[in-house]
Each structure stands twice: as C-alpha cells, then as structure tokens.
Write a protein that binds this ligand. Structure first.
Ligand code: LR7
Ligand code: MN
Length: 593
C-alpha cells in the first residue's frame, strides 16, 4: 500500500502543478500572485483514522455531529495548516471577499484546484464489497446560486473522476439565476474550453430557489435514477454503486450517503459518524444517534439504516418514482422545509428512506448561509407551514405551540398537495410517528413515555503536546490575558513574564489549539480578520482556534492565514495583532515546554 500511496502523492503533486488556478493569474492593478511553495500543498498521510463520535443526541441543523461547534478538523488527513497563508493583498482580498460572499475559505478552495484526493472514509468492510454491473444509470442534478466557481467545479469533477462512466448518464447543472457576473462568465468559459463529459447547464431566468430549481433540473433528466447534490460537495471513492443497489432492488427506496465534513475554514475532508435524520417540533432537521435496534444484523456497520428524515441536499431516488410521488411542493420558496416534506411523504406514502454507510460524500458546512431570499422573507417558516398543513394532521399543533405567531400566517394554496396525499393513499402522521420515529416526544394529549437506547461513546480529548509560557522573543515578554483569563472575548497582550503565575501558562494540543490556564482558547474572528486575537470558549472545530509554530519562530493562524505580532514592541502596552507573515522580529514567538 505504501507504494500506491507514494504513487498517489506523486500523481497529486504533478496534477496540482497543472491545475492550481492561482498560478500566475494576472490580476487587475495587483502583482501576479506568487505560486505557493509545494510544501504548503496539503499532504495526505495514512495516519490512524480517528472517527469523531457524537457526544449527545441531536442538535440543530449543521454537521452530522449535531452542531457546528463540534465539527472536528482533526481527523483523517494530516492537513497542511499553512495552505491558507496570505502572501499579499490579493490573497487577502480573495480570502475576505470569499468569506463575505460564500462563508468559507475561497482562497484555499481556489488553491486546491478542481481535482483533489480525499481520504477514503468508508468502513473497511465496505471496501470488500462488490456491486453488480447492471445497476441503473444516474442523472446527477446540481442546483446552485452564487456558488464559488472552484467549489462548484470540484463538485462536478469529483463526480466525473469517481463515477464509472457507464453509470453516469449525465450531470445537470441548474444555475438559479446567480447574480455574480464573474461566476457566469468563468463557468461558461470553463465549460467551453473543457468539454465536460455528459454535462448540461440549465439557467433559470429568475431566481426560483433550490426546491423549484431541483424540479427544473429533474425535468431535464433522462437517466433512470436522480441523484441530487449541493454545489459544494466532493464525492468519495465508490460513492454511487452502494446508492444505486438498493434502488435497483426496490424502486420505492430513497437513499442518502453519509455526509462527511469539509471544513469551511480549512477545506479538510473528515469522516462523519453514521447518524440518522430526525427533526424537532420547531420543524428543524437534526441528527440523531442510531438506535441499537437498527444496528443489529449480519451486515453490521455496513448495513443500510432506516432514517426518519433526510438532511435534504444529498440523495438518490428512482426518477419515475420521484415524479409519481409528487416531486416537491412547488409552492415552497428558496430554502428550507422541503427535506422534511419529502421525508414524511416517502414514509407515509409507501416508500422508505435509508442511509447507506458505504456511500460517502463530503459537504462544506458553513457557519452561516451567505444568501437571503429576494424579498427578505422567512422562507423556512413559509415552507414549514405548508408542510405542517398538508402532512402533519393534528400534530401541527406541536409546531404552533412553539410558533404561535404562525398560526394565522397565510401559506398560499395547498389544494394540489392535499389532493396528492389523497391520491397516493398516504398514511396518517400518527402512523409515521408511531412506526418510523417512535423516539419523538410528544407533549400534551399525545404524550408517550419510553426513551430508546442509544449508543454513545465518549469523545477522545486531544493530546497535549506542550505546556508552558508563550514568549515574545524580541521583547522577552509573555502572552497573557489583558483582563481575567476566564473572560470570554478578552484580548491578549505581551506583558512581563511571571514564573509563579498560572495565568501565563498555555497548553498546546494536537488539534493545534492554544489554551490559556486550562480555560479558554486563543481565537480570531474569521470574518473580521483585522480584529486582534482574543480568548474564546474552545469550540473544537479548528479554523479560528488553530495555530501552528513554524519557520522564523512564527505563530501562524490557520483560518486567517496570518501571523501574530506585537504591534509596537517598544510600547509597554504590548498589544498584539495579526499580520502577513514576514519573519520579522515582532512576529517571533517561542512556546516553552
Ligand atoms: O435560492 C437558492 N437557489 C439554489 O440553487 C438557494 C440555494 N441554492 C442551492 C445552493 O447553491 C446549494 O447548492 O441549493 C443548494 C443547497 O443550499 P445550501 O447549501 O445553502 O443549503 P444547506 O446546505 O445550508 O442546507 C440543507 O438544507 C436545505 C434545506 O432547504 C437543503 O435541503 C440543502 O440541500 C441541505 N444541505 C444538505 O443536506 C447538506 C448537508 C447539510 C446538513 C445537515
Ligand atoms: Mn449546502
């Protein structure tokens, strides 16, 4: 295996030489960018795979660990922390504008290029499986609005690179009337130059939102199976065959891959635990641990698991069945709710929804949605109201109990959807709760008891690498909290060192976190990189709390791509800030061990 691995690395580096789009691109009014030294390219090593484990049941929508704050960057690849290094103003602009427009690190995304290797996060038993060769062919539908070109192209190429061509009927791109002119132009140009195999581009004349957008995409499709993906995904090794297999066996089976995590700040790809979809009475999607009863069986960890709901973006479904089942509710706008609607509909109207542990697709999990709706409406509420009125029977009261203000809100005409429900002879919402999601707690007259058993393993704490004071070499001062070290949001400054003061002791761990006096983590603002570093609750999701010690004693911040320095070394104030790494004295630090 080490031979193949070396080969892979070799191929990767050679490949990246040609495809990195940042190379020598002249930019208006700015110097051409310096090519990134090879050592900053991400390296993929085969370290032991550490699977992040969920700590608690559920959480808000976000990554499959339940919430964004547990998104682990640590994990399957030894990522190159300095991939986001800022060398000049142009880099800074790409990064900052990228966060504004896309809410992830576009500088790194661009540097990665359109093809990259991702760690194979499948269980080893998946790798031994073989799949029949007469699987149905797939139309992959990718709907996008104002997407970063490099992320979109990486999504497309990951599909082209990792799908056998006899299974890939076509890729259908739906541009949902994106506003960024450069995206339109660059995409057109790219498609013209690089004939993308079996790829069609459809452009919406007005913004439709992802729900009608997908319906439009599906209406152009001619493959046997529809596969939907978000526009910032990367599919993994052998992702499609395990999705198509259960659909071939039963056309009313709808399947989702396990959604791996691509960090918004570092673009590292890491494995997700196998969890399943649920929801709460606010009609928000959430991840649940898998009940023990679902995990028993001869196939063990590789067996498909029944899921009460889907996250929404990534799934495969027989195309004719999608049409029979009523596609989506075209009265739903922009974003939100359609995932629960289709999940309820699948289960209540005679289908089933499975998560396939052997199929893995990465998705960039952002901390905020970078776009709104055209009129600023809360489309999530509008869409949820429609789904509650059509599908939830008397249980819609659970929603209204939490959102009383929505009780009288209008939600448009739902006659067609109500008729659809009748025509398909769908079961009641009570049946769905009793049979598909018995864990759901109902309050009031419908209340039931009984909590099922969930598996829960403790999360491993990151190993401590060093523990000691953090010296500023030029001034011989130590980095300390300006106020009390337990105060969240407090600034840090360089002050006289005091050997007896616990409040000057930093811990540096394998997740690259710097923790002061065992309390708070050194942190920067990702969106306002000009803000000085501060102390914040450790969130364990890397990015803004990841630091590395490098050449010239630099202290590098992974998410802003800059180095920490003392602003005015001669001043007693000792203020610190982030700046472009230049190896100068004010930027030199030493962590004692
Ligand atoms: O107006 C729009 N038009 C679009 O074409 C708004 C969005 N879109 C596109 C967008 O560019 C993207 O490709 O639609 C896709 C999904 O939008 P995101 O990425 O902003 O959504 P999300 O990942 O934040 O949200 C999740 O929930 C949504 C509810 O409507 C959709 O179902 C998303 O597909 C879904 N994403 C996933 O399931 C990925 C895993 C996330 C989790 C958990
Ligand atoms: Mn998404």
């Amino acid at each position: 295996t080490s031979v193949t691995w070396t080969l892979l690395l070799f191929v990767y580096f050679n490949f990246s030489e040609e495809t990195h789009s940042f190379k020598n691109v002249p930019v208006k009014g700015l110097e051409p960018q310096k090519p990134i030294p090879k050592k900053f390219y991400p390296r993929f090593t085969r370290g032991p795979i550490r699977k992040p484990e969920p700590q608690k049941k559920g959480g808000k929508i976000g990554n499959p660990l339940g919430n964004h704050e547990q998104d682990p960057v640590k994990g399957d690849i030894d990522f190159s922390p300095e991939m986001g290094m800022i060398f000049n103003e142009h880099d800074q602009e790409v990064r900052d504008l990228g966060y504004q427009k896309h809410a992830f690190n576009v500088l790194i995304s661009n540097r990665l290029g359109y093809h990259r290797d991702v760690p194979d996060t499948r269980d080893t038993k998946c790798k031994e499986k073989s799949y029949r060769s007469d699987l149905p062919s797939a139309s992959v539908v990718i709907c996008f609005y104002n997407e970063a070109l490099s992320a979109l192209l990486r999504t497309i190429h990951s599909v082209l690179d990792r799908t056998p061509s006899y299974l890939l009927h076509e890729i259908i791109l739906v541009d949902d009337n994106s506003e960024f002119a450069d995206l339109k132009k660059d995409l057109d140009e790219y498609i013209q130059k690089n004939l993308l195999k079996n790829t069609k581009l459809v452009r919406n004349e007005k913004r439709e939102g992802l729900i009608r957008g997908r319906m439009i995409g599906a209406s152009h499709a001619t493959g046997k199976v529809l596969v939907f993906l978000d526009s910032h995904c990367e599919v993994n090794e052998m992702w499609l065959q395990p999705l198509l297999t259960p659909i071939r066996e039963d056309r009313k089976t709808v399947v989702c891959p396990v959604i791996d995590i691509i960090s918004a700040d570092t673009l590292t790809y890491s494995s997700s635990p196998v969890v399943r979809g649920g929801f709460n009475w606010g009609l928000h999607f959430k991840w649940d641990l898998v009940p023990l009863s679902e995990l028993e069986g001869p196939e063990g960890a590789t067996a498909p698991i029944k899921s009460p709901t889907m996250a929404g973006g990534l799934f495969a479904m027989d195309r004719e069945y999608f049409n029979e089942l009523g596609q989506y509710d075209s009265g739903m706008d922009i974003w939100g709710g359609e995932n629960l609607e289709i999940s309820f509909r699948i289960w209540m109207c005679g289908g089933r929804l499975l998560i396939i542990p052997c199929s893995r697709v990465g998705h960039i999990f952002r901390k905020r949605r970078p776009y709104g709706s055209p009129g600023g409406q809360d489309t999530m509420a509008h869409n949820s109201l429609r789904l509650a009125h059509v599908w939830m029977d008397e249980y819609k009261e659970q929603y209204f109990a939490l959102r009383p203000e929505l009780r009288t809100r209008s939600y448009g005409n739902i006659t067609d959807r109500v008729e659809l429900r009748k025509k398909l002879n769908c079961k009641s919402f009570k049946w769905y709760l009793d049979n598909i999601y018995p864990e759901m707690q109902v309050s009031g007259p419908h209340a039931k008891a009984q909590q099922p058993v969930f598996i829960n393993r403790a999360q491993k704490l990151p190993k401590i690498i060093k523990r000691g004071r953090l010296y500023h070499l030029q001034t011989n001062k130590c980095l300390v909290a300006q106020g009390h070290p337990s105060q969240k949001g407090g600034l840090v400054v360089a002050r006289e060192c005091d050997y007896n003061d616990q409040n000057q002791i930093w811990m540096y761990n394998e997740d690259h976190e710097l923790i002061l006096n065992n309390l708070l983590c050194l942190d920067v603002s990702e969106t306002r990189s000009s803000d000085p570093p501060r102390l914040m609750k450790c969130h364990g999701s890397g990015g803004s709390q990841q630091w590395t010690f490098g050449k010239n004693n630099r202290l590098y911040q992974v998410s802003v791509g800059q180095c920490m320095k003392v602003v005015d070394p001669l001043s007693y104030k000792g203020y610190v800030t982030m700046a472009i790494c230049d190896g100068s004295l004010p930027q030199q630090w030493h962590l004692e061990s």
